[in-house]
Design a protein around this ligand. Structure first.
Ligand code: ADP
Length: 373
């Protein structure tokens, strides 16, 4: 089965071709609509088609068996991936007010592909779906209930595909069934979020109504006093831009790439060191909170560019967590191996590279095989 996975952003189009769930080709078309890139998403898709043909994988898109699309926001409507039809397209469109930056681009990818290959099944995989298992007490904010009912203001959570993928992979490393495990999964990339996974299901997560809440991120503040944006607006500042684009690690030390920040911290730069401390401390607090919620934790899982590669961040996060049974083995940690906890650690510490495209391909295949029965 040949599945093309597409992740359409406003100016980029990431793609990966899988055959029987083995990756064949992947790439990213950037600068769409800019002078140095393809003129629009349609042109970008043709570039992808030529690229796949050049690799001898398919002559044209109509040789694909399926397409899996990443969709950021599935609201409360989509609790799992679905095969796309007109109703699904309209439902994704109706969710644009909740994800004004992402859903329009995702939708554009879907609509173009449906025009190009109307007879080939396409599946939407939602970033929010994994977290739809949260109970009311986890997803409701303590604001007037009417605002949830009228506007859908609640915690949705994001990065669901990644949290779901690493939770399943963790089960393989631990040689246990996913539905028997309690995990704290930490997706630490440019965006970052934590998830409490109880017996294979998300029961709480740090991102909320939008991906701004929770952990400190590359350029996003994460949790702050909710009065701060109100104060900023009153003072004539652009709170949206300040909190989403100018805050987080960048706001604290001028850089958002942890590689740079680590180098500077190691060279004695105090501001960079403080930024890493604030970043790690927030993660530590979420580990504490989720340990309290889950009661018993089998493993803490690090993933995303930072989680997978930064031994320094993992050490700073785990330092002092020994009373919770979380014991990092410094030598293993520095080697970036998959299990970095000590032999005796009650809670395992895992480093698992995420693979959202593979998870989308898997879920696409599952949805379509269920349909065929
Ligand atoms: P995205 O969220 O955009 O998918 P990634 O998951 O690839 O991003 O994470 C990107 C971040 O990972 C970079 O900003 C960088 O800070 C961090 N990173 C990547 N490689 C390393 C490394 N070797 N050491 C420390 N941090 C790294």
């Amino acid at each position: 089965m040949k599945i093309l996975v597409l992740n359409a952003g406003s100016s980029s189009l990431k793609y990966a071709l899988y055959e029987n769930l083995g990756k064949r080709v992947e790439g990213n078309i950037e600068h769409i609509g800019e002078p140095n890139g393809p003129k629009d998403h349609r042109t970008a898709l043709f570039e992808i088609e030529r690229e796949l043909a050049g690799h001898g994988e398919i002559r044209a898109f109509d040789e694909l068996d399926a397409v899996g699309h990443r969709v950021v926001h599935g609201g409360e409507k989509f609790v799992e991936p679905v095969q796309i039809d007109e109703r699904v397209v309209e439902a994704i469109r109706a969710l644009i007010p909740l994800a004004p930056l992402h859903n329009p681009a995702n939708l554009q990818g879907i609509e173009l592909m449906r025009k190009l290959i109307p007879d080939i099944p396409q599946v939407a995989v939602f970033d929010t779906a994994f977290h739809q298992s949260m109970e009311e007490e986890a997803y409701l904010y303590a604001i007037p209930l009417a605002l949830y009912e009228k506007y859908g203001i609640r915690r949705y959570g994001f990065h669901g595909t990644s949290h779901a993928y690493v939770a399943k992979e963790a089960a393989k490393y631990l040689k246990r069934a996913p539905e028997t495990l309690n995990l704290i999964t930490l997706h630490l990339g440019n965006g970052a979020s934590a998830c409490a996974v109880q017996r294979g299901r998300s029961v709480d997560t740090s991102m909320g109504f939008t991906p701004l809440e929770g952990l400190v991120m590359g350029t996003r503040s994460g949790d702050i006093d909710p009065e701060i944006p109100i104060f900023m607006q009153k003072e004539g500042m652009d709170a949206d831009r300040l909190l989403n684009k100018e805050s987080g690690l960048k706001g604290l030390c001028g850089h958002n790439d942890v590689r740079t920040i680590e180098k500077m911290a190691k060279a004695g730069d105090k501001t960079s060191r403080t930024a890493l401390k604030i970043f790690s401390r927030r993660i530590k607090k979420y580990i504490g909170a989720y340990t309290a919620l889950l009661g018993n934790v089998d493993a803490v899982v690090f993933t995303g560019g930072i989680g997978e590669h930064s031994a320094m961040v993992r050490r700073m996060v785990c330092e002092g967590l020994e009373p919770l049974g979380i014991c990092l083995d410094d030598t293993k940690n520095r080697k970036n191996v998959n299990i970095v906890s000590t032999e005796g650690s009650g809670v395992k510490i895992l480093v698992i590279p995420t693979d959202e495209a593979l998870e989308i391909a898997r879920q696409t295949e599952t949805v379509l095989s269920v349909h065929k029965l």
